[in-house]
Design a protein around this ligand. Structure first.
Ligand code: THU
Length: 144
């Protein structure tokens, strides 16, 4: 099973989770956009799955960092999530704010409740948002 495990009483704080996203960002494969993103996804039972964006010469197969982290977790049988930290920016920089794309928000809506937390920000600090805040009126499996 991949992913670092934390004691439930000692879960990483937002800044520490953001640092893990920054570390994961170093593996980004971005020969086309040169925009590199890292994500660190914390599960309910204290495991952290990281991910980076992985681009492709045909462009559309590109996978965002957030989905890499989610798909790693789901493929390992982990389906209960607490929060995700996201760090992105052009090569050599970290933006003040890297907001997840619409496709990634929809993937989050598949696996997370409305109160799932996103830790967004940059070198000057991070801030929490809920999934409901960044994806209002979401379409979910409850509709089907
Ligand atoms: N990207 C992510 O990995 N996550 C985001 O939240 C925004 C965009 C990636 C996709 C692509 O490789 C590059 O950033 C530029 O869009």
């Amino acid at each position: 099973m991949c992913g670092e495990v934390f004691d439930p009483g000692k879960l990483p704080e937002d800044e520490a989770l953001f640092q893990m996203a920054l570390e994961a960002r170093k593996m980004a494969y971005t020969p086309y956009s040169h925009y590199q993103v890292g994500a660190a996804l914390l599960t309910e039972d204290g495991r952290v799955y990281t991910g980076c964006n992985i681009e492709n010469a045909s462009y559309s197969p590109t996978n965002c960092a957030e989905r890499t982290a989610f798909f790693k977790a789901v493929s390992e049988g982990d389906l209960h999530f607490k929060k995700i930290a996201i760090a992105g920016g052009r090569e050599g920089e970290v933006s003040e704010f890297c907001s997840p794309c619409g496709v990634c928000r929809q993937v989050m809506a598949e696996f997370c409740d409305e109160d799932f937390i996103l830790v967004l920000g940059g070198p000057q600090g991070v801030r929490e948002y809920t999934l409901a805040e960044i994806l209002p009126a979401m379409f979910t499996k409850k509709e089907l």
